[in-house]
Design a protein around this ligand. Structure first.
Ligand code: ARG
Length: 471
């Protein structure tokens, strides 16, 4: 029998594609990274083909040996990828068939359409586990920075205007919470993607008696009870990229969270805030201004969110209006998906390392947090405790702030008489000698002990909870 190499244009075509067509259609330059999962899928497919009698034991063994040899060569960088074979699936199958005649049977009841759907799911499943591990590490770095500076207070901001005092740890833990929801979303999307598409063929399954459940079980496509999870519609299975979209969406939100964290760090490292100091290894110099230390790493963490969001939009645009079922357009999913995974994983690791090498500038934080205006709300709460309704209390304290500004005194230096003069009608009734004690920052922080508030006890409790949860 004439040896037939596994190309998509065999019998029906007189010749190969034009050179520029091959260049245009190839995906091997970027999908070769799927090799490990492609080979894994083929190993299991071969086992199943033997089980149903398509392959003899001997043929199955030869195929398994051939695939393992190829895996070793790829791992050691000795494998020659050929653009002529288009993609990772064809390259591996061609190399196998060259060595093992039975390799020509491996593609029985399989199409690259269900094969690529399988490879992507397998690859992304692993990728998500790695990303989850790295995100947990970033959370740990945030918690650690909070713990190292457990007594450091800073102003909390709204509208980027000083608002009320918070512990630095409380601010950092806000990101830990966001990242936790990101992890939940990633895990959730992983469980939905954990369904085996193999056996869907090009779009309409196969007439051969495949054992799909066996394949699914061997590849770990099982639910919590160990039951195999099979795609239930062959057309859906080969055209579905929901799982890639879901991942890119979860990753985009993660990247948005990174960008906000990065922005806070960039602000904090400016001379205007001066709350933190980056280690030199995580800053860069200016080619012109010798004094500069720039937070480029954080800026890139912020900037890279743009491409991750772009990848999500690109993927959605790619899928929009695509007719059933597989269309070659889908090949364009990979670079967006790969770029998203690579970008968020690299950013996660860099941010974690940067946080581990960061120092809080305690003096600058203390100076900023001691601004008594941050406790104006506490003064209004004082009046409420004395029986004044909140609206008038808000108004009276507003007048106190205006008076302090007018006579050029910080709020906490006003005399009792001055406080009382802000509201000539009821001032003496509500402002007592204990009013100025409101500005004792330590006691002010002890007062904020609602669940989720930045009070001394509550923040310590949250730090301990996260330390425990992340260990
Ligand atoms: N390289 C292709 C992709 O990534 C594999 C599937 C090709 N299928 C086809 N019928 N041409 O989508």
């Amino acid at each position: 029998m004439k040896k037939i190499s596994p190309v998509s244009r065999s019998g029906r075509f007189a010749g190969g594609p034009a050179a520029d067509v091959a260049r245009f259609t190839q995906s091997i330059s970027f999908d070769q990274r799927l090799w490990r999962h492609d080979i894994l899928g083929s190993l299991v497919h071969a086992d199943m083909l033997q089980k149903i009698g398509v392959l003899s034991r001997r043929e199955r063994n030869a195929i398994v040996h051939g695939l393992k040899t190829i895996a070793r060569e790829i791992e050691q960088g000795r494998f020659r990828w050929q653009a002529g074979f288009e993609d990772v699936h064809m390259n591996i199958e061609a190399a196998l068939t060259r060595r093992v005649p039975a390799g020509a049977k491996l593609h029985t009841a399989r199409s690259r359409n269900d094969q690529v759907a399988l490879d992507l799911r397998l690859w992304l499943r692993d990728e998500i586990v790695l990303l989850l591990g790295e995100t947990a590490d970033l959370q740990r770095a945030l918690v650690l920075l909070g713990e190292k500076n457990a007594d450091v207070l800073i102003p909390g901001y709204t509208h980027l205007q000083r608002a009320q005092p918070v512990y630095l740890a409380h601010h950092l833990l806000a990101y830990v919470e966001m990242l936790e929801r990101d992890c939940e979303r990633l895990w959730d999307c992983r469980s939905r993607m954990n369904v085996c598409p193999l056996g869907s063929g090009a779009l309409a399954g196969s007439t051969l008696p495949l054992d799909r459940a066996c394949v699914a079980r061997l590849l770990g496509f099982v639910d919590a009870g160990g039951r195999p999870q099979l795609s239930q519609n062959s057309m859906d299975a080969v055209s579905d990229r929901d799982f890639a979209v879901e991942f890119c969406a979860a990753a985009a939100l993660l990247a948005v969270h990174f960008s906000r964290l990065a922005e806070d760090l960039i602000l904090w490292t400016s001379a205007e805030f001066n709350f933190i100091k980056f280690a030199d290894a995580y800053t860069t110099g200016s080619s012109l201004m010798p004094q500069k230390k720039n937070p480029d790493i954080a800026e890139l963490a912020r900037g890279k969110s743009g491409r991750v969001i772009g990848n999500l939009v690109a993927l959605l645009t790619l899928l929009k209006g695509l007719p059933m079922t597989y269309n070659r357009d889908l090949q364009e999913d990979k670079e967006r998906l790969f770029d998203t995974a690579d970008t968020v994983r690299a950013t996660t690791r860099l941010l974690a390392a940067m946080l581990r090498n960061m120092k809080a500038n305690r003096a600058a934080c203390a100076a900023a947090a001691s601004d008594p205006a941050l406790l104006a709300t506490d003064l209004a709460d004082y009046l409420v405790k004395k029986g004044m309704p909140f609206r008038p209390a808000h108004h009276v304290v507003g007048a106190v702030v205006a008076l302090a500004e007018q006579i050029g005194k910080p709020l906490n230096r006003l005399t009792l008489a001055e406080l009382q003069s802000a509201d000539p009608v009821t001032g003496t009734k509500y402002f007592g000698r204990d009013a100025l004690a409101v500005f004792d920052l330590k006691r002010a922080m002890a007062r904020r002990n609602l669940t989720g508030a930045p009070g001394t006890k509550e923040v310590a409790k949250q730090l301990a909870r996260w330390r425990e949860q992340l260990s």
